[in-house]
Ligand binder design. Sequence first.
Ligand SMILES: [Zn+2]
Length: 426
Amino acid sequence: MRFDLLHPREQLVQIMDRIYRYGLTTTSGGNLSVLDENGDLWITPAAVDKGNLLPGDIMCLTADGQVLGPHKPSSEYPFHQAIYQKRRDVRALVHAHSPALVSFSITRQLPDTRIIPQAHHVCGQVGFAPYALPGSEQLGENIAYTFAQGFDVVLLENHGAVTAGSDLLTAFQRLETLDFCARTQIQATSLGPVHTLSNEQIARFEERPSPLPTFRPVRHSSPERALRQQICHMVHRAYEQRLMTSTEGTVSARVDRERFLITPYGIDRSHLEIEDIVLVENGRAEEGKRPSRATRLHEVIYAEHADVHCIITAQSPYAMAYAVTGQPLDSRTIPESYVVLRNVPLVPHGQQYDAPEKISAAISPKSPAILIRNDTVLTTGASVHQAFDRLEVADFTAFSLLNALPIGPLVPIGEAEVEALEAKFG
Ligand SMILES: [Zn+2]
């Protein structure tokens, strides 16, 4: 479904629903708007339950100054108007008070989007707007002034965040990604200093991999069709559980010796459909589609590991706290985690582009999940289900370990207990 073809009312309801369900705002806080081609401003209403918003609730401030709709427009509409006046390229705005972003705003610090290249690619640099009374003209001026300097993502002192885009989905993805950065950084702080990427490392990501040659599949086998559905199902689940964001996360699955399926580049993970998945056969991609940037890495892993039938790369925020600090994620603390994950090696950033064979060499039955520094959690499995379970267990383990830190010293299980686990579970 093409999101950009939906009426602004429908777009605003869908995105508000996502923001509310993912805990990025409370029922009273947060507002969104879209400026359409006629210059009419569509905006969420004031004092209406954000958990039950309907298209008919959306207010319209027309270009000729009328206010249409059954409610009052959001009390923060002055800043929306001020930004649209200053930035002609902006056609949609998202404002929300996510707890992690508010934590940054009340300590007057900015989340660093350089923790992973994709986050910097989506958000760019983050601006800061000085405090002013909510709903006031002064707040509008402060925020619009910060946007006028070219930022697409702005944190408001002691308040929340505003993100902009040429469309509502882009503005939402910036909020979601910024929130991911904030949550990851907050978790990582208890492990040690957070490592951020250099301009060169970011630039390396921005270079597009050269496109694969293409082919037109003559038929789609039943196992391939079943895998398409499994991949879609797992991507939606990973998104709902916030193990992926709408712009990040790749799943691939082996069809046979020559072919595997992989998720596409640049498609909203929450609306991924079976026809979006790309078939790759002997280094060629299904024509008319754009496979994930990680295709080459997945191809190398499948070539070298006959037992691997699914690979998932994702940015789950708890496990990523380890990937951005370079601290070891020690699974020898929880028996179930050790049985599922074994040792979780950390591999250097950059190998995902320059040395996929080194990443592949780090994978084995004794290390089926790895962390790529400042990039991703990578899990493998004999099935889609097993690779997904490993991703869930990796994030669950990281969550437990991180939450244990403030409680007291962590007690790993001993060598004898580890040997007993290996003897029992192979
Ligand atoms: Zn607000």
